[in-house]
Design a protein around this ligand. Sequence first.
Ligand SMILES: [Zn+2]
Ligand SMILES: [Zn+2]
Length: 212
Amino acid sequence: MPLKAAIVPVTPFQQNCTLLWDEESKKGVVVDPGGDLDRIEAAIAKTGLTAEKILLTHGHIDHAGAATALRDKLDGIPIEGPHRADKFLLDGLPEQGRSFGMLNVQRVTPDRWLEEGDTVTAAGAVFSILHCPGHSPGSVVFVNKAQGFALVGDVLFRGSIGRTDFPYGDHDALIGAIKTKLLPLGDDLVFICGHGPMSTIGEERRSNPFLA
Ligand SMILES: [Zn+2]
Ligand SMILES: [Zn+2]
């Protein structure tokens, strides 16, 4: 039962909202619905999936800004993630929104906070949770080892890493998390990141200038 994925770029930040689903059962999840709710709903309709959960990698507006609105449209399905350390970001989403000229952004109260070692069932697959702070204190990565696939949010990008120039950013923590938690996942692991194209751990190990 291979996972299917579709990426919907949302918000002015071109964030990769990701739909994941099991082709057979059509059960799926929406990861990081940051905004542009109409586009996310259209993508859900096009794939024919039944969204059972919303997953959040971290609390930035381009990832979480439409999570509450989407939950309300989908009969209150649960929101899982990120780590509790991003609560201040989720509580502050209306202010984050106003600072970018985005009005009526609602704060998010997850149904479940995630911690290192937790598992999440999504799209008929089991994902293990890695807590990877640095870009934000509560950033988490979702890893499905059986299918060699991960969702890494803004922790790691193709050829780059998440920005850490926020008051709460921590460059050393971010590099440490990537090197001790993501690189050991193995070169063949494919990941979808929060912005830009997909990559593999091997590609980043070889060519990412921030990991040299
Ligand atoms: Zn971010
Ligand atoms: Zn982002």
